[in-house]
Design a protein around this ligand. Structure first.
Ligand SMILES: *[C@@H]1O[C@H](CO)[C@@H](O)[C@H](O)[C@H]1NC(C)=O
Ligand SMILES: *[C@@H]1O[C@H](CO)[C@@H](O)[C@H](O)[C@H]1NC(C)=O
Ligand SMILES: *[C@@H]1O[C@H](CO)[C@@H](O)[C@H](O)[C@H]1NC(C)=O
Ligand SMILES: *[C@@H]1O[C@H](CO)[C@@H](O)[C@H](O)[C@H]1NC(C)=O
Ligand SMILES: *[C@@H]1O[C@H](CO)[C@@H](O)[C@H](O)[C@H]1NC(C)=O
Length: 524
């Protein structure tokens, strides 16, 4: 999950307003399509990430991740001055987590390995026995109850020892990532058959290297953010090719990547410049990662290459701020995924702009040249960045498949989708969000023929939400962070999701909201 900015807690008012909007079931909604069901081979799961739930930051021989180190030094980074030291304490409470997953009825659990829990120094000369045991036990316990773990190698928790060397801006870190992946494949590849290399490289590079919304908060806008992009793409391909050569012949698993995308809606669909702006946004934020991997030709999209080259030249750089791949690298990256993992949360409104007050120069924002707005008539139940606009999901799924032909042969897996609020267990807004967004997935499958084969709800339980700390909650289960036991309680959305998983349909009337939606918002 990401969050675009650190916002004050204005959520109480919003939640009140949004509760009024309420869940589905009001007049004017076209229910025909709710008769579609999820195909037999469609998989349902739920997602988490190590740093957001595990806690136990210094237990079991774990080394520090850059998030541990940074948050200890800069407690003001989160509005509630919180960190991931304890989080939901999943390091100790994983058996309870497994029971919660079972109750949802899903058969898949997307989770991540903490690199510094397995390799305290980031390097493979020092494998933590306890770290290795922890994940082995967790995987085995999941499999015992028929839940298949899908494992992410890098969900943002870079070992501090390697961040100190420049993190993803240091090309040698690719070697250490490859070594880490090899350790993981050796330890777990006999039972783990689906891996993702990276989670949301775009959010990581843009907000962490280009800005200071995420750790490492480098503010290396326009330079470091592209180095991060470049070496992450190469690191991903290195691991994919290494698995292909050394492990696939006998482990026979799949390796993919998870990209994130907001949908980009032109301010006025009849104005060519707004449509171009929306396309520019998608090229610079999504296609910059997707095109090198999933297109027939590989490499960065022509638009991205030209734009960053043009801007760099104008700005007096003697080289493009976007590094070049060699021909060999282009080939290694092209086709380096067995599935397209997609995380999606919201939609923004696009129009052209050459400069905005909050942009840095140079930067990805400035290079993109697109003003990004919200439509404030859409519900906004939690953090400032997350408005609810379900049709954007269907359009995004279509965009992704239309632009990348190989997606007719390899599937799209929705690896995250969800909504934040203040954590109430009667979470009618979240029930409506999942109903409406999953409904768009059904339309994409049945009416548009998009090859979507799975859906993972974000997230199993309330967690540490990066720069929002614990101020906003995404969980299907509530976690009482004030209790020493970190007590977990199912929310209404857990019951609703379990019903969707069980029936493979969406019943908009399964959970009845207490108040009728006061205004018509028919986005089905
Ligand atoms: C959808 O299901 C309802 C209830 O079973 C039924 O009344 C309606 O005709 C169905 N719609 C379509 C388009 O099949
Ligand atoms: C390996 O990691 C452990 C646990 O963090 C640490 O105590 C030890 O010094 C490390 N060993 C080496 C050789 O770096
Ligand atoms: C390895 O990590 C441990 C634990 O963080 C630390 O105590 C030790 O100094 C590190 N060793 C090296 C060689 O960096
Ligand atoms: C904002 O949302 C309202 C309500 O759905 C819609 O009528 C309007 O066209 C939207 N504006 C933009 C710019 O998308
Ligand atoms: C880059 O500059 C060239 C020459 O001015 C221009 O033709 C091209 O459209 C520009 N490309 C982009 C993506 O801005």
């Amino acid at each position: 999950m990401r969050s675009a900015s650190r916002v004050a807690l204005f959520g109480a008012l919003l939640v009140t307003l949004c509760l009024l909007r309420s869940a589905g079931g009001s007049a004017g909604v076209d229910f025909r399509a709710s008769n579609y069901s999820f195909p037999d081979d469609f998989i349902f799961g739920v997602s988490t990430a190590a740093f957001q739930i595990e806690g136990a930051w210094n237990e079991g021989g774990k080394g520090e991740s850059m998030w541990d180190t940074y948050l200890h030094k800069n407690p003001q980074f989160t509005p509630d001055r919180s960190n991931g030291d304890v989080a939901a304490d999943s390091y100790h409470k994983y058996m309870e987590d497994i029971q919660m997953i079972q109750k949802l009825g899903v058969k898949y659990y997307r989770m991540s390995i903490s690199w510094p829990r397995l390799l305290p120094n980031g390097t493979d000369n020092n494998i933590s026995r306890e770290g290795a045991m922890y994940y082995r036990t967790l995987f085995e316990e999941l499999l015992k109850v028929n839940i298949t773990p899908i494992v992410t190698l890098f969900h943002w928790d870079m070992p501090t020892a390697l961040m100190d060397l420049g993190g993803w801006t240091n090309p040698k870190v690719m070697d250490y990532f490859e070594d880490y992946a090899r350790v993981a494949f050796n330890l777990y590849g006999d039972i783990i058959k689906t891996w993702t290399t990276l989670n949301e490289p775009h959010q990581h590079c843009y907000n962490g290297y280009g800005l200071d919304y995420f750790v490492p908060a480098l503010m290396s806008h326009g330079v470091g953010e592209y180095l991060c992009t470049h070496y992450l793409l190469l690191s991903h391909a290195r691991v994919y090719r290494m698995y292909e050569k050394e492990f696939r012949p006998y482990q026979k698993g799949k390796v993919g990547i998870t990209l994130d995308a907001f949908w980009a809606k032109p301010r006025d669909a009849n104005k060519a410049e707004d449509v171009l702006a929306a396309n520019a946004y998608l090229h610079m934020h999504l296609d910059i990662y997707a095109h090198p991997i999933f297109s027939d030709v590989g490499d960065y999209p022509t638009f991205v290459r030209e734009r960053v080259n043009n801007m760099s030249l104008e700005q007096g750089f003697s080289r493009s701020r976007l590094p070049y791949f060699t021909d060999e690298e282009i080939l290694a990256i092209k086709g380096s995924a067995d599935f397209f993992g997609l995380n999606h949360y919201t939609t923004f409104i696009m129009s052209p702009s050459s400069m905005e007050p909050k942009w840095n120069v140079p930067s990805l924002d400035h290079d993109t040249g697109v003003k990004v707005d919200q439509n404030l008539t859409w519900p906004r139940p939690g953090p400032e960045w997350l408005t609810v606009y379900p049709p954007g999901f269907r359009q995004l799924l279509n965009y992704v498949q239309d632009n990348y032909r190989m997606l007719r042969d390899i599937p799209i897996l929705i690896t995250e989708n969800g909504m934040a609020d203040l954590g109430q267990t009667e979470d009618y807004e979240r029930v409506a969000y999942f109903n409406d967004y999953l409904h768009q997935v059904l339309l994409a499958i049945h009416e548009d023929g998009v090859n979507v084969k799975g859906y993972f709800a974000w997230t199993l339980m309330d967690d540490f939400e990066w720069s929002d700390g614990y101020t906003f909650k995404f969980g299907l289960y509530k976690v009482d962070f004030d209790s020493p036991e970190k007590t977990r309680t199912p929310k209404l959305s857990a019951k609703n999701y379990a019903n969707i998983v069980r029936t493979r349909r969406i019943d908009f009337n399964y959970i009845k909201p207490p108040i009728i939606r006061p205004f018509q918002f028919n986005y089905l």
